[in-house]
Write a protein that binds this ligand. Structure first.
Ligand SMILES: Cc1cc2nc3c(=O)[nH]c(=O)nc-3n(C[C@H](O)[C@H](O)[C@H](O)COP(=O)(O)OP(=O)(O)OC[C@H]3O[C@@H](n4cnc5c(N)ncnc54)[C@H](O)[C@@H]3O)c2cc1C
Length: 316
């Protein structure tokens, strides 16, 4: 017989692992599916996460995994390919060549930054090519910044990073509105009407940006305003999603489909590690309540007097 768990947690980033920790300590059976690297693994050091400042992300994640293991929660290196609701209220979770049935599913699948295919990008991504000064603006404050990327987020990004340095240049072919140009002018932000085509680096250190018109723009840090999309299509098949494919959730992490929850970047593109962790912890009690209510309903109909532990089968 296939196993049934209280919760299938899809994604082993900080959001999924935080949910797993809560559920493990609540005595619930759960399994975490780890389908690949976490978004944070592109950086060398974690920032802006109290208690872990400067820690390599792999160390943070391996500590978190060990803690989750300690409460009997298994972590499987499988990507989940589908989650199918069943007539009896369970969810069939397909992973690798196996199937697990779950009473609830937590989507902790994160998001993907849509990066342009620029030469040199893989070397500097997460290092001198950055996404948000909240994370690592401190390390490069006052240095030469260049901002480029998708037009709709450019002006916001350029004025936001200006709070960390007065030397900011935007490179874009975009036809900015008068209001946008005025905002940039008021902050003395230069605009170069061109397109970034490559990144010149020495090891992981960014030295300059190359442009379509053949310019080389020297800089110390580049900020990319990138589009973001859900890292998995599972939410789109199961519940209401936004234009990025991220699950729409209420304050408890509940999606539009009962029994399906979503946490971290899978539901909130602005979530940092601290928020993702808090969302994972926050969803825990709501899942426990959901399981409890289902068990009470089951007893009402079957009039059986099973022990509450019957709703959970531990898996390792
Ligand atoms: C360059 C960069 C620097 C950053 N620096 C910081 C920082 O210093 N401090 C900070 O607080 N935040 C930082 N962040 C943000 C941080 O990465 C996110 O807040 C955090 O990773 C969100 O955690 P999460 O668990 O929601 O998603 P993730 O950590 O991305 O985890 C999602 C997991 O789900 C897995 N997955 C996806 N689909 C499936 C599937 N179908 N089956 C199984 N598994 C699946 C993914 O492989 C991944 O492991 C940074 C982000 C970037 C891009």
């Amino acid at each position: 017989m296939e196993r049934v768990v209280d919760a299938a947690i899809v994604g082993a980033g900080i959001a999924g692992l935080s949910a797993a920790l809560f559920l493990g300590r609540a005595g619930r059976s759960a399994i975490v599916f780890d389908g690949g690297p976490s978004r944070i693994e592109s950086v060398g050091e974690v920032r802006e996460y109290l208690g872990f400042d400067g820690l390599p992300p792999r160390e943070l994640l391996s500590r978190a995994r060990a803690e989750v293991h300690g409460y009997g929660i298994g972590i499987k290196r499988h990507r989940v390919s589908s989650v199918t609701p069943q007539a009896d209220g369970l969810f069939e979770v397909q992973h690798g060549h196996s199937v697990t049935f779950a009473r609830t599913v937590v989507l902790a699948t994160g998001l993907i930054d849509k990066l342009p295919p620029l030469s040199g990008l893989p070397k500097v991504w997460g290092r001198d090519l950055r996404v948000c000064p909240c994370f690592d603006g401190y390390e490069v404050q006052g240095k030469r910044f260049v901002v480029f990327g998708v037009p709709k987020r450019l002006v916001h990004m350029a004025s936001w990073v200006w709070m960390w340095s007065r030397d900011v240049t935007v490179v874009s072919q975009h036809a900015f509105t008068d209001t946008e140009l005025e905002r940039l002018r008021l902050l003395d932000i230069d605009v170069i009407a061109d397109e970034v085509t490559g990144l010149v680096h020495s090891g992981e250190r960014l030295e300059a940006l190359m442009t379509r018109k053949g310019k080389s723009i020297a800089c110390d840090a580049a900020w990319i305003a990138a589009d973001m999309v859900a890292a998995s299509e599972l939410a789109a098949h199961l519940c209401d999603v936004d234009e990025m494919g991220l699950a729409r959730v209420d304050g408890a992490g509940r999606t539009s489909r009962p029994g399906i929850f979503a946490v971290g970047n899978a539901a909130d593109p602005a979530a940092h590690l601290a928020h993702a962790s808090a969302a994972g912890t926050n969803v825990g009690p709501h899942i426990v309540m959901y399981l409890l209510e289902r068990e009470i309903e089951r007893r009402k109909f079957s009039r059986k007097d099973a022990h509450p532990a019957d709703i959970s089968q531990r898996v390792s």
